[in-house]
Design a protein around this ligand. Structure first.
Ligand code: ZN
Length: 258
């Protein structure tokens, strides 16, 4: 749990950075699980790049691919590496990204809040469970593991900041109610959309099971306002440095395959 929170915090800081730079506040980091190192990151870049597919996860996948290529790796070393990667993303991947992550054979996806309109890991479709899109040769037990609901309310709040600001910019002034920022109420989290009770206990332990039954958040305590209300302008430099130090992982992977 401590690891989940530590890494989702990095993704939340990056999402906040995106918000401060005119993008939708959605971001992800890819962590190499055996070494616990960040090897790639991405934030939404659809406004700036004018590309509808420049979602956070695609940006991070491209970064891993580039690193593998720079280190002389090939498609199979890429797939091999993804078996050890966990994607920490502030919002549930959309259908397109969920499908891309599945095809890369990613080990695990940890996310904050659900994606009500486009969610591909349970909210709208369950790409990870869909056998018709399972990559040939992929075993059932290799299915992507899901860990939803980590700092969910913080991820929701970042989206609310964004929408309130966008509404404020609309040419026709909207109603006051639409511009009002709600910091108090959050919808229940329907855990069983994403994972069943056994998977929940597997993720969080028996002691937390009441949250599954009640559709409540894991963290009963206060919302971590510090992380979402402050700017995190240094996050990019920090992540870049972490990623620079990860080429030894990639080189090890490569030599194992040659
Ligand atoms: Zn996406």
């Amino acid at each position: 749990m401590e690891t989940y929170i530590r890494h989702i915090d990095e993704a939340l800081k990056l999402a906040r950075y995106a918000l401060d730079h005119g993008e939708t506040p959605v971001a992800c980091i890819f962590v190499h699980e055996p070494s616990d190192k960040v090897i790639a990151y991405g934030m939404n870049d659809t406004n700036d790049s004018l590309s509808g597919i420049a979602h956070a996860e695609f940006v991070a996948i491209r970064m891993v691919r580039d690193m593998i290529q720079d280190n002389g790796g090939n498609e199979s070393s890429l797939k091999e590496l993804f078996k050890d990667i966990t994607c920490y993303v502030t919002v549930e991947p959309c259908i397109m990204c969920a499908s891309a992550l599945k095809q890369m054979g990613i080990h695990k996806i940890v996310f904050g809040c659900g994606n009500d309109r486009f969610g591909g890991n349970g909210t709208v479709l369950s790409i990870h469970n869909d056998t018709s899109t399972t990559v040939y040769g992929m075993q059932q037990y290799e299915q992507t593991k899901l860990v939803p609901g980590i700092k969910r309310r913080e991820a929701i709040m970042l989206l609310r900041y964004f929408y309130v600001r966008e509404n404020g910019r609309a040419p026709k002034p909207r109603t006051k109610a639409e511009r009002k920022l709600d910091k108090e109420t959050f919808p229940p989290i329907e855990w069983n959309k994403y994972i069943n009770r056994n998977q929940f206990i597997d993720n969080f332990g028996e002691a937390m099971a009441q949250h599954f039954d009640d559709n409540t958040d894991l963290q009963d305590d206060e919302i971590d306002w510090d992380i979402i209300e402050n700017r995190h302008d240094k996050i990019i430099a920090m992540l870049q440095e972490e990623c620079l130090n990860c080429s030894d992982i990639l080189l090890k992977k490569k030599s194992r395959h040659e």
